[in-house]
Design a protein around this ligand. Structure first.
Ligand SMILES: Cc1cc2nc3c(=O)[nH]c(=O)nc-3n(C[C@H](O)[C@H](O)[C@H](O)COP(=O)(O)OP(=O)(O)OC[C@H]3O[C@@H](n4cnc5c(N)ncnc54)[C@H](O)[C@@H]3O)c2cc1C
Length: 491
């Protein structure tokens, strides 16, 4: 087939996307580059700042209130950008984002430092969430096939029965589209919109508590100071009663984040900046991040609660709840932010939608089924593992708080990870890579446990756990941690 015949045969559709956050923009970019005409409706009405730093300082993104929280951008998202929009990845790096490749962070005790096939995929992206949003916004709005309608909220769906044909906007007007994609984020009222269509089948929703409050504070390095690359101790840890992590940013910024168990009111003292500054200085792995004179804070301590794992299914008992409608991003499936999966899940959904449209075109029923199948196979396994990990952790925290016997299974799993899998990953190049691939969503979540080499090494390390010196203490016990916060003085 000639090139011009391919172009003529291509079935270009008018696609309306609700929400210009991570999922809406990734979908807009991919679908416009596939050749579709895309219109993005984004309620936030804000001019595009001139620089990434201005975006962080001033961009009013009230529609995405978590945009100034720490974000880790996993290798899966980087691979999607590299494969689908390499120019956008290049621009992100030009704007100050960095990549942490596997060879740069191979633990020092691994002797075999030879590169492996596939290492090209193994790199995390380090930047602030608003930097990637800003770069994506510039790329999406410059895309010839995209119309950006900022300051226009969507109020509901325009439909014939349950066949969606467009959108009702908050200004009272309506617009038609061949396909509506909803990426309105975790508070999207899309279920109400679907209910208003009056269909006989309604979406099914499953949700559970993430069990943490997420607290972040951002810093900028002072002139002449540098943050070292990951040290032997890593850049985070779990003290049992609280988890913490350091995040590399862009343009000489970084952030520190705590995951405080929901309901632990004492630990919420971390919201006080002086208490926070005293607390982070007790954490051994973060010593290089908290050295005197290294950096100054550029935000207050920001906290975010009511975090959930949640999945919604839009094909129920074999029947789509609506046709001409696809729901993506957090509006469809969200996981505990501690695992850093959300932006990668948004990228996967954009890719899956691109593939489903290429295969099914205007067959709206087939499209609904294809998207349902890809949610189940490509996205839900990541949700399922998040739910299980959170349930185990919530049980352990509960036992710790009331002094009861911890759930045996949850305790055994934690012990195996801490004294088997993790030590093995610090000494074996292949186990480290397998761990990195799993953590970064490059493999299915169960691939690690199915990998014979990994399991053999992990069981061997676990069997020898008593022969190793005790793991270094990462920080104080809870009482001391609270006392340090209580005694904090302004810095
Ligand atoms: C505290 C926290 C930390 C996180 N950390 C990470 C991390 O480390 N790594 C990671 O990958 N993910 C992380 N995530 C998850 C990630 O931020 C989300 O998965 C991602 O933002 C989802 O993109 P989205 O497009 O679905 O929603 P959002 O990015 O929230 O965007 C939704 C957009 O829709 C717009 N909108 C909503 N309703 C309407 C309407 N009716 N009309 C028009 N526009 C509308 C909003 O204004 C907004 O711009 C974190 C989340 C939280 C809460």
């Amino acid at each position: 087939m000639t090139e011009s015949a391919t172009a003529i045969d291509f079935d270009q559709q008018d696609i309306a996307i609700v929400g210009g956050g991570m999922s809406g923009m990734l979908a807009a970019l991919v679908l416009a580059r596939d050749g579709h005409r895309v219109t993005v409706y984004e309620r936030d009405d804000t001019d595009l700042p001139a620089t990434a730093d201005e975006a962080f300082d001033r961009w009013d993104r009230r529609g995405a209130p978590h945009a100034r929280q720490s974000h880790a951008l996993l290798a899966r998202l980087r691979r999607i950008l590299r494969d689908r929009a390499p120019d956008v990845l290049d621009e992100l790096l030009a704007q100050g984002a960095t990549e942490i490749s596997v060879e740069r962070i191979l633990p020092p005790d691994i002797d075999d430092r030879e590169p492996r096939p596939g290492d090209d995929d193994l790199a995390l992206l380090c930047c602030r969430r608003l930097t990637i949003e800003w770069v994506l916004r510039r790329a999406v709005t410059a895309e010839p096939g995209v119309t950006w309608r900022g300051g226009l909220g969507v109020a509901g769906l325009l439909a014939e029965g349950t066949d969606v044909r467009g959108l009702r906007l908050e200004d009272g007007t309506t617009v038609t589209a061949d396909l509506v994609v909803v990426g309105g984020g975790r508070n999207s009222p899309v279920l109400d919109w679907i209910a208003a269509l009056g269909g006989s089948v309604q979406p099914v929703e499953e949700q559970s508590e993430a069990g943490i409050v997420y607290l972040s504070r951002f810093y900028r390095l002072r002139d002449g100071q540098e943050l070292p690359l990951l040290t032997k101790d890593g850049a985070g840890g779990d003290l049992g009663y609280v988890a913490f992590a350091g995040f590399y940013g862009d343009n000489r910024t970084f952030s520190i984040t705590f995951g405080v168990p929901t309901g632990d009111r004492d630990l919420m003292a971390l919201r006080d900046a002086d208490a926070w500054e005293a607390a982070i200085r007790t954490l051994k792995p973060l010593e290089p991040w908290t050295a005197d004179g290294l950096a100054e804070p550029i935000t207050d301590v920001e906290s975010m609660a009511r975090l959930k794992n949640r999945v919604r299914r839009f094909v129920v008992d074999g029947e789509p709840v609506a046709t001409g409608l696809v729901v993506i991003g957090d509006a469809a499936l969200a996981t505990n932010p501690w695992y850093g999966k959300g932006c990668s899940l948004a990228g996967i959904a954009a890719e899956e939608l691109s593939n489903a449209l290429a295969e099914h075109g205007r067959d709206r029923v087939a499209l609904a089924h294809a998207m349902d199948a890809s949610v189940r196979t490509e996205l839900e396994p990541h949700y399922t593992v998040a739910v299980r990990q959170d349930a185990d952790r919530i049980k352990l925290h509960g036992a710790m708080r009331d002094g009861s016997e911890p759930d045996a299974m949850a305790a055994a799993t934690r012990d195996f990870v801490l004294t088997g899998l993790l030590p093995a990953s610090r000494t074996d190049a292949d186990v480290f890579r397998a761990f990195f691939r799993s953590f970064n969503m490059l493999d299915a979540p169960d691939a690690l446990l199915r990998d014979e080499k990994v399991m053999t090494a992990a069981f061997a390390a676990h069997a020898k756990k008593d022969e190793r010196p005790p793991a270094p203490t990462l920080g104080p016990d809870r009482d001391e941690f609270l006392a340090v916060m209580a005694g904090a003085t302004p810095r």
